[in-house]
Design a protein around this ligand. Structure first.
Ligand code: HPA
Length: 269
């Protein structure tokens, strides 16, 4: 099985509706088993993975990021389009806007962060000057502009450990150090994708203003409601972006990574 492209659906994006001829595949990885949907989009084979599980049962700190990325690598994925719900700390990034992050600040605390834990895997330091693929970002930006969606190509994603939302003081600090949007899932997902030499971009949808900027206390329900209202928009954006994904983009994502190979097994059905 060779699947070049994957979608990782975040909050509110749980079903691979834009794909046809769907089948479920179980991938055994060194980090655990992962179920992914594989389907067709205009003749191409695409994988879909619901980051929080199909019923949103996994909180951000319990997601098995290493198994997810290893599973996608095992089925042959080179390009990952991820979606995520985020809070905004930047007054230009309004509700419902799409932000294509170009960098991150990591404030997570207790996650498995790397495929290179020493020992057999050796000591490896991967370049993260540009963590998000500029080629994929350009494709998504172009699609969003054609669709008349408010899109920002660039922005710093602050990743917090969660599952709680942030304090007002934390948000003030994150703003001060250059954060634009805040979420709980992009680290280590983007890190592992790069370590595995894959192109990765995230379509971050602004569901709320971050704590202290919004006047009301934040609720997960509010985030999910806004995400649900915008789910069609995100799916349409993915649809248009996949449509214009042709040959490999001119980027160095593959060469910055270490071309990792994982022992794995793909079980269809
Ligand atoms: N903070 C952290 N994660 C989030 C937010 C937020 O404000 N909105 C959506 N995910």
């Amino acid at each position: 099985m060779k699947v070049r492209t994957a979608i990782i659906g975040g909050s509110g994006v749980y079903d691979p509706a834009i794909l046809s001829e769907l089948k479920m595949v179980t991938v055994r990885t060194p980090y655990g088993e992962v179920k992914i949907d594989v389907g067709k989009f205009k003749g191409r084979t695409i994988a879909f993975l619901a980051r929080h599980g199909k019923g949103h049962e996994l909180p951000p700190h319990k997601i098995n990021y290493r198994a997810n990325i290893a599973a996608l690598k095992i089925v042959g994925v080179e390009d990952i389009f991820a979606t995520a719900a985020v809070g905004s700390m930047n007054s230009s990034f309004g509700l419902g806007h799409i932000v294509l992050a170009d960098s991150f600040l990591d404030f997570t605390k207790m996650r498995e962060m790397t495929f290179y834990g020493g020992g057999e895997s050796g000591v490896v330091h991967t370049d993260f000057t540009e963590p998000y693929c500029p080629g994929l970002r350009r494709i998504i930006e172009k699609a969003a502009k054609e669709l008349n969606f408010a899109v920002h190509n660039g922005g710093t994603y602050v990743c917090t450990e969660g599952p709680r939302f942030e304090s007002k003081a934390e948000i003030e600090f994150f703003k001060m150090v250059g954060g634009d949007i805040v979420g709980m899932t992009n680290v280590p997902e983007v890190i592992l994708a790069r370590e595995a030499g894959m192109c990765y971009a995230v379509c971050a949808l602004v569901t709320n203003y971050a704590a202290g900027i919004s006047e009301q206390p934040l609720t997960h329900g509010e985030v999910l409601d806004v995400m649900r209202e915008n789910a069609e928009k995100v799916k349409k954006l993915l649809y248009y972006s996949l449509d214009s994904l042709t040959e490999k983009s001119d980027c160095s994502c593959f060469n910055s990574g270490e071309k990792l190979c994982f022992e794995g097994k793909v079980i269809e059905g």
